[in-house]
Design a protein around this ligand. Structure first.
Ligand SMILES: Clc1cnc2c(Nc3ccc(N4CCOCC4)cc3)nc(-c3cccnc3)cn12
Length: 283
C-alpha cells in the first residue's frame, strides 16, 4: 500500500497473534485500524539494540528494506517507536516460513526447488525466485549475506519472499564484518576475509542442496566441524533421494571456494536444471 509518509503509532493498529520470535523481539499479526490492511508488526526492544550496539545495523536494515521493491523481497512499509520499542510495519507473508514447509516435507521435489509453472502465470520456484531477488538486490548494491530458510517466507500463493535484512549491507567495497549462522557461511566469511556479492551465490548452492536433500551440505555436530567442512568444501551427495545430475551440477558450480569462479546469477537462470524444470506449457 503506498501509504503517504505518516507518523504511525501503536494506536493505529490492532495487534493479533504472535507469528514468531525474532532475535531481538517478536513478530505479530496486526491490522491497521482504518484500512483494515493486514501487516506483520516486528517489535524490537531498544534496550536489546543498545546492548548489542546494533543501532546503525538496524537503521541500515530499515533503509535497505524500505528502498527495495521486488515481488520476492518482503516489503517494509514504515516504522515508528515509543519509549522502549521500535516497530517495523512489514508485509504479512500468509504462508509463513519456508523452513516450516521444508521441515514438514523433509525435502522438496526438483520441480518445486528449481522453478515451477502455474496455469495462471509463469511462476518461479524457490531457486529461480531467489536468484531473481538476489540479482535485483545486487543491482541495488545490497548483499544480503544471511539467506537461510528461516529468512525465507511464503505469501498466500506460496511465492518466496526474502525477509530479515538484518545482516545485509549496502556494499560499496569488500566487507569484513562477521555475521550469519554457520551452515550458510561462504569460506571467505568463515575466514573473516574480505567478501563481496558472491557470498550470496554460495548460499544459493547451500539452499539448493538443502531444498533437495532436506539438510544443509556442511552440517556437522560441532561448529568447528562445520567450519572445517566449509573450508574444505567437503561436499558429498547422498545416493537418496534421487537428485538429477543437472541439479548436482548447479550445486557444484555454486559451492566453489574461489568466489570469482562461482556461477553468476544470470547464468544460474540459464542453467539446464532451471530450464528443464521451467516446463513451458505449464504443468
Ligand atoms: Cl516478517 C513476517 C511477515 N509475515 C510473517 C510470518 N507469517 C506467518 C504466516 C502464517 C503462519 N502460520 C500459517 C498456519 O500454520 C501456522 C503458521 C506463520 C507465520 N511469520 C513470521 C515469523 C517470524 C519468526 C518466526 N516465525 C514466523 C514473520 N513474518
Amino acid at each position: 500500500s503506498e501509504s503517504p509518509k505518516k507518523n504511525w503509532s501503536i494506536n493505529d493498529f490492532e495487534i493479533g497473534k504472535p507469528l514468531g520470535k525474532g532475535k531481538f523481539g517478536r513478530v505479530y499479526l496486526a491490522r491497521e485500524s482504518k484500512s483494515k490492511y493486514i501487516v506483520a508488526l516486528k517489535v524490537i526492544f531498544k534496550e536489546q539494540i543498545e546492548k548489542y550496539r546494533l543501532q546503525h545495523q538496524l537503521k541500515r536494515e530499515m533503509a535497505i528494506q524500505t528502498s527495495l521493491r521486488h515481488p520476492h523481497v518482503l516489503r517494509l512499509y514504515g516504522w515508528f517507536h515509543d519509549a522502549e520499542r521500535i516497530f517495523l510495519i512489514l508485509e504479512y507473508a500468509h504462508g509463513g516460513e519456508l523452513y516450516g514447509e521444508l521441515r514438514r516435507a523433509g525435502y522438496l521435489s526438483e520441480q518445486q526447488a528449481a522453478t515451477l509453472n502455474r496455469e495462471i502465470e509463469v511462476d518461479f520456484g524457490y531457486i529461480a525466485s531467489l536468484t531473481h531477488a538476489l540479482a535485483y538486490c545486487h543491482e541495488k548494491h545490497v548483499i544480503h549475506r544471511d539467506i537461510k530458510p528461516e529468512n525465507l517466507l511464503l505469501d498466500h500463493e506460496g511465492r518466496l519472499k526474502i525477509a530479515d535484512f538484518g545482516w545485509s549491507v549496502q556494499s560499496t567495497n569488500k566487507r569484513h564484518t562477521m555475521c550469519g549462522t554457520l551452515d550458510y557461511l561462504a569460506p571467505e566469511m568463515v575466514e573473516n576475509k574480505a567478501h563481496d556479492y558472491a557470498v550470496d551465490n554460495w548460499t544459493l548452492g547451500v539452499l539448493c542442496y538443502e531444498f533437495l536433500y532436506g539438510v544443509p551440505p556442511f552440517e556437522a555436530d560441532s561448529q568447528a566441524d562445520t567450519f572445517r567442512r566449509i573450508m574444505k568444501v567437503d561436499l558429498t551427495f547422498p545416493s537418496t533421494p534421487h537428485v538429477s545430475t543437472e541439479a548436482k551440477d548447479l550445486i557444484l558450480q555454486l559451492l566453489v571456494k574461489d568466489s570469482a569462479k562461482r556461477l553468476p546469477l544470470d547464468k544460474i537462470l540459464k542453467h539446464p536444471w532451471i530450464i528443464m524444470n521451467a516446463d513451458p506449457n505449464g504443468s
